[in-house]
Design a protein around this ligand. Structure first.
Ligand code: NAD
Length: 238
């Protein structure tokens, strides 16, 4: 059962066409929030590429024009990357950072003014277990997700005086279109992550969406600067 505790809250979710962003949008709307959705593709309010330098301004302008203010931002658009460093193409490395880091920075920078004017400004970034740990083949992705956690912590310090919180949700292995190709072509990889989680299963997008909604809600008003692992206990195990 959902608790409708976000009436009157207005915010932006990027990467909203799929996976975690789509589930977050459903959950936030179910709780009464108004959400402006953006993605490269799919059923969203705005089709845009978050790496387009103008896209952040467009998004925030549209939100403020629509509602007269902005209360939360969830930059969920992201790409994964698996590539050992020896074969790593520099353009690919830069692309991962452009989507997962620079686009997040641009959107948050653009949104800061309206968020400060909100009575409950909230930033919820999407990190990963790769914000805290690394693994073979994850050079670009782990670099990007460590950066997102660092950005979030720095913003929490910078924006606290204005009453804006900034937290980073760090999902474990979640069953979404991002992970589907790897889990389909390497069933043993899926089983590895199911077994690694103390709870014995992959995460579902809703497992993350519910935490995002919590961090936007009043219940989370005194939480800021945190990176919250939501991984079914995978990282508690050897
Ligand atoms: P997904 O592929 O289902 O969704 C990502 C969405 O981002 C897609 O709809 C895609 O079109 C959009 N997107 C990608 N590049 C974009 C761009 N340049 N401009 C606009 N939109 C763009 O993946 P997901 O699993 O839902 O991932 C969402 C976030 O969660 C990502 O930041 C990802 O790194 C993070 N994450 C996922 C997992 C997992 O196991 N699935 C684990 C940890 C973190």
């Amino acid at each position: 059962m959902t608790t409708p505790c976000l009436y009157g809250r207005r915010g932006i979710v990027t990467g909203a066409a799929s996976g975690i962003g789509a589930a977050a949008t459903r959950r936030l709307r179910a709780d009464g929030a108004e959400v402006l959705t953006a993605d490269l593709t799919g059923d969203v309010d705005l089709l845009l590429d978050v790496t387009d330098p103008d896209s952040a301004r467009q998004l925030v302008e549209q939100a403020v024009a629509r509602w007269g203010g902005l209360d939360f931002v969830v930059p969920c658009a992201g790409i994964s990357a698996f590539c050992p460093i020896e074969g790593h193409d520099e353009a690919y490395f830069e692309r991962v950072l452009a989507v997962n880091v620079t686009a997040v920075f641009r959107l948050l920078r653009e949104a800061i003014g309206p968020l400060k004017r909100s009575t409950a400004g909230r930033i919820v970034t999407i990190g990963s277990i790769a914000s805290a740990f690394g693994d073979a083949g994850l050079v670009a992705y782990a670099t990007s997700k460590h950066a997102v956690l660092g950005m979030t912590r720095a913003l929490a310090g910078e924006l606290g005086a204005a009453g804006v919180t900034a937290n980073c949700v760090m999902p474990g292995a979640i069953d979404t279109p991002m992970t589907a190709p790897a889990f389909t072509t390497m069933p043993e990889y899926r089983v590895h992550w199911e077994n690694k989680a103390a709870l014995g299963r992959l995460g579902q997008p809703e497992d993350i969406a519910d935490v995002i909604a919590f961090l936007i809600s009043d219940d989370a008003r005194f939480i800021t600067g945190q990176g919250l692992l939501v991984d079914g206990g995978a990282m508690t195990r050897m």
